[in-house]
Design a binder for this molecule. Structure first.
Ligand SMILES: Cc1cc2nc3c(=O)[nH]c(=O)nc-3n(C[C@H](O)[C@H](O)[C@H](O)COP(=O)(O)OP(=O)(O)OC[C@H]3O[C@@H](n4cnc5c(N)ncnc54)[C@H](O)[C@@H]3O)c2cc1C
Length: 580
């Protein structure tokens, strides 16, 4: 573990340095939490295992019945991350993510109801609340007497969260809050809202986070949204009309609400990641049973290569996603502060792996997969939104790569002047990137050491660490080349930016997977890790091929042609060719 809690594995990597002490050994739950989690998991399974028909019914009805929400409260699902002194379980990020994973193995709507409460709804209070605020609300949030919701999105402000219009205006000692928040998870059942509002100037003004409760005059909610998936979870508009607040309702510092929002979203990502891993495990269980039971052409379909190919890929993606999600949770639990890039990567990777797994699971089930009687179609519907909410994967990719280029750009003396200021607000949704390169240099002690290679990887895993190390060398060279090529126009070069992000995603997940297998080998011996090494072999091969393709496309691509086709489609508003 590094003493410098400001350090980021990925941001260092972009400068060619492998900070292996951040990721090796693979993080483990401490004994205390491990015991608690081991008690909770079977309790969740026993509670939910026979509820399949209910979940299907509630999906159709588009509502979790109040009696079931009562059961969730009794199970303590709303108090998982709340400190024990306030009546919760006080679990850290890793344990919380694991608990949510277990819930998501049974149903997405239940997982998102619990997850939106802890991951984003009340997390601002946990991270930024004063002792008085915590004493007042935490016990009720732990018991579920108050369910929490996170209110950032508005009709005109989605990805561009900084452009919200909801406003809180000073009137004497009070604040008067007016505005409308869209698609708020738990909106219809929440009593506690973390609300982001513009304060001070109307245009370009700062943002402040407020605690608002359902019982305040002027708070109301719209009808339950009719959604594609997660249908039983509550999603509503929340309205604030002349809601009167005092300074005691401010969360964090006035004017620093954007920081609160981003910190909440970053630190909550391991909840969503855990949910994705749980849903993948569910699909794998169902799909393997289905493949063994279904016979076609005289054999169980499980025996056919194309079915095995799907299952094998699901296993690799589930293992790699779990490695990335647990790694980020481990960084959070160890007190590292700069994990935004790693958290964004784990969200993008896990949500996309779940999407492919759900789709392939449905394919293995064939026509049954399309029938509502089976769980596959619901899982496909439920998991689609994961790539949209808590930051779309497209915006997160921009954030991941622009952070790297910001850091690399600072080091390129000859062009750093011309880049001055361009990353200050690359995508408003993620705010100003900190000057990592300078911060890191000033934090470094002693003589600069060679950090381009791993030293803590078992010799039997050398081939895989070499794939990673070569990728790292190419990564910093690629970031450098892209910046030199595009200079200050880089902000508009999203094709190139996405490629860099995809390389970074692959490399981080490979590092996590390598670390996970490395720790397994250390604990169990190489002979007992053959399957995990097979996973690593497949995944590192995929990463090598994908990154090679992405590096190759930096200079040789059809980006301009693709843009030209899109421009043509915009012009005629559709597809321009017909065979008749
Ligand atoms: C079921 C559900 C639950 C939700 N729960 C909550 C909640 O609890 N609290 C909350 O505050 N919000 C919530 N949201 C809102 C969610 O966070 C937003 O939908 C999300 O941030 C995206 O915003 P948008 O839908 O307005 O899409 P837009 O921002 O309009 O984006 C549309 C498309 O354009 C792309 N795009 C946008 N800008 C750029 C750019 N600069 N470059 C390239 N591509 C770009 C996006 O990636 C996306 O593909 C929820 C949404 C859903 C569907």
């Amino acid at each position: 573990m590094s003493d410098n809690k400001q350090i980021s594995f990925m941001r260092s990597l972009c400068m060619g340095e492998i900070e292996e002490e951040l990721i090796i050994p693979f993080p483990q739950l401490n004994e205390n939490e491990l015991g608690t989690v081991k008690d909770i998991l079977p309790t969740i399974d026993n509670w939910l295992k026979d509820r399949g028909p209910d979940f299907r019914k509630w999906d159709r009805q588009a509502e979790l019945p109040p009696e079931f929400i009562e059961e969730m409260k009794q199970m303590g699902l709303f108090g998982v991350i709340i400190p024990e002194e306030h009546g919760g379980l006080g679990l850290g990020a890793t344990a919380y993510s694991r608990v949510l994973q277990q819930v998501a193995r049974h149903d997405g709507s239940v997982a998102i109801t619990a997850g939106a409460h802890s991951s984003i709804g009340m997390r601002g209070l946990l991270l930024f609340g004063t002792p008085e605020q915590k004493n007042k609300y935490m016990p009720k949030l732990a018991s579920g007497e108050m369910i929490a919701a996170f209110c950032l999105t508005e009709p005109g402000a989605g990805s561009d969260a900084a452009s919200i219009k909801t406003k809180a205006v000073r009137e004497g000692k009070e604040w008067v809050l007016n505005g409308e928040k869209l698609w708020i998870t738990n909106g219809g059942i929440a009593q506690f809202f973390t609300v982001f509002a513009r304060t001070e100037k109307e245009e370009g003004g700062q943002m402040t986070a407020f605690i608002v409760t359902r019982d305040m005059p002027g708070v109301s909610v719209g009808p339950h949204e009719d959604k594609m998936g997660l249908r039983a979870s509550s999603t509503t508009t929340v309205f604030f009309e002349n809601v009167r607040l005092s300074d005691e309702h401010i969360l964090g510092e006035p004017g620093k609400g954007f920081k609160v929002a981003m910190k909440v979203l970053n630190s909550g990502r391991t909840g969503l990641g855990g949910g994705c891993v749980g849903a993948m495990k569910h699909v794998i269980t169902e799909a393997t049973k289905q493949a063994k039971e279904r016979t076609q052409f005289g054999k169980p379909i499980a025996e056919y290569g194309l079915v095995k190919q799907k299952i094998g890929h699901m296993i690799v993606e589930c293992y790699a996603s779990e490695a990335a999600v647990n790694m980020v949770a481990g960084l959070v639990d160890q007190g590292y502060e700069d994990y935004a890039v790693e958290a964004a990567i784990s969200k993008v990777f896990a949500t996309e792996c779940l999407w492919r797994t759900a789709d392939e699971g449905l394919q293995i089930a064939g026509g049954n997969g399309y029938m509502c009687e089976f769980p596959y179609e619901r899982i496909v519907r439920d998991c689609r939104v994961n790539r949209i909410f808590e930051g779309t994967n497209d915006i997160l990719r921009l954030f991941i790569a622009l952070t790297a280029m910001n850091d690399v750009g600072k080091q390129l003396k000859e062009i750093s002047k011309s880049l001055d200021g361009i990353f200050d607000d690359p995508i408003k949704g993620f705010g100003v990137l900190s000057d990592y390169a300078r911060r890191r240099l000033s934090a470094a002690t002693g003589v600069a050491n060679e950090k381009g290679t791993f030293t803590k990887i078992h010799p039997a895993l050398k081939d895989y660490s070499t794939v990673f190390e070569e990728g790292v060398r190419d990564l910093s060279a690629a970031a450098d080349r892209i910046l030199r090529k595009h200079g200050k126009n880089i902000i508009g070069k999203q094709f190139a930016t996405k490629r860099l992000a995809d390389i970074m995603i692959d490399l981080f997940v490979l590092a996590c997977t390598l670390s996970r297998v490395n720790s397994s080998v250390a604990a169990k011996g190489i002979a007992n890790c053959t399957k995990e090494i097979e996973i690593l072999t497949v995944f590192s091969g995929q990463v090598r091929r994908r990154t090679k393709g992405n590096f190759g496309k930096i200079d040789n691509n059809d980006d301009e042609l693709i843009k030209s086709l899109a421009d043509h489609a915009y012009e005629i508003e559709g597809y321009g060719w017909d065979t008749i």
